[in-house]
Design a protein around this ligand. Structure first.
Ligand code: ZN
Length: 242
C-alpha cells in the first residue's frame, strides 16, 4: 500500500475508534473503564484509547499506538493497564483486527448467576459456547493475558467471570455491533429467565438460519449506520475534533 493511502486508512480507523468508544459509553457497554483497539493496517502495531482519557469525550488525540508487546511507542500516551489483553490476542490471531474489553451489565449478571449465555435473540444469536476465564482481577500482566488468549482460543468472545468480557472481530464496526447486540441478547435472556426458568433457546436448523440471515456485512453496516446517525443527532460527536 502507498504511504498516503495508509495514512488515510489510519485516520479513518482513529475516527471509527473514537466514535465507537463514545457510542459504547452512551450504551453503557463502556464506563470509566474498558477499551477498544484496532490493528494498524499492514503493520505490527495497534491503536487503543489511552488509559486516562474519558470514554465519554475521547478524541483522536487520545488514541495511543502500541507494539505487539503492549508497549506504547515513543512519545505516545499511556495505554490502559489491561493493554496486554489486546497484544496477546493480536499476536495469536492474525485474522483479528479489533478487540474490545468491557464490563457489560447484563452479561456480567448472567455470569455471576452461573447462567451461560444462550442464543435467544435474532441478531445476537451468534452468542453461545462462550468460554469462561475464572480469574476475575485486572488482566494487567502479559502472563495473565496469555492465559486469557488461550481460553479464548479461536472463538469470538470470552467471558471473565465477575468482571466482563473480551470480544474480537475483523474490524471496529463488527465488534461494535456485536457488543451492542450481545448485550441485548443477554438482557432478553435475563428477563425471559425470570418469566420462565425453562426459556426457549434457538437451536438446530432454526439457529443456523437465524445466524446466517441476521449476521451479514450489510446488516453490520446498517446497524453501525443506525447507531452512528442516532449518536450524531444526539450531539455525541460534537466536540470530537477538539
Ligand atoms: Zn476490565
Amino acid at each position: 500500500m502507498q504511504g498516503a493511502q495508509i495514512q488515510q486508512e489510519i485516520q479513518q480507523l482513529k475516527v471509527d475508534l473514537v466514535k465507537a468508544v463514545r457510542m459504547l459509553e452512551r450504551a453503557r457497554i463502556l464506563d470509566m473503564n474498558g477499551h477498544l483497539s484496532s490493528r494498524a493496517p499492514g503493520d505490527d502495531r495497534f491503536y487503543i484509547n489511552a488509559r486516562s482519557a474519558s470514554r465519554a469525550s475521547l478524541t483522536v488525540q487520545d488514541i495511543t499506538c502500541c507494539n505487539l508487546d503492549g508497549d506504547a511507542l515513543a512519545g505516545e500516551t499511556e495505554p490502559p493497564s489491561e493493554v496486554h489483553i489486546h497484544a496477546a490476542i493480536y499476536r495469536r490471531r492474525p485474522e483479528v483486527n479489533a478487540v474490545i474489553h468491557s464490563h457489560p451489565h447484563w452479561q456480567t449478571v448472567l455470569g455471576i448467576a452461573g447462567q451461560t449465555m444462550q442464543p435467544v435473540y435474532s441478531i445476537g444469536a451468534f452468542a453461545g459456547n462462550c468460554p469462561v476465564f475464572e480469574k476475575s482481577s485486572l488482566v494487567n500482566t502479559p502472563e495473565m493475558a496469555e492465559e486469557l488468549a488461550q481460553v479464548l482460543g479461536n472463538r469470538c468472545m470470552v467471558e471473565i467471570r465477575h468482571h466482563g468480557n473480551v470480544l474480537v472481530g475483523p474490524g471496529i464496526r463488527e465488534v461494535f455491533v456485536a457488543s451492542i447486540y450481545l448485550e441485548e441478547n443477554a438482557k432478553k435472556q435475563y428477563h425471559a429467565s425470570l418469566l420462565n426458568p425453562n426459556f426457549h433457546v434457538l437451536s438446530g436448523e432454526n439457529l443456523q438460519r437465524t445466524r446466517e440471515t441476521n449476521w451479514t456485512p450489510s446488516i453490520v453496516q446498517k446497524a453501525w449506520h443506525y447507531h452512528e446517525e442516532k449518536a450524531r443527532l444526539a450531539g455525541i460527536f460534537n466536540d470530537m475534533w477538539e
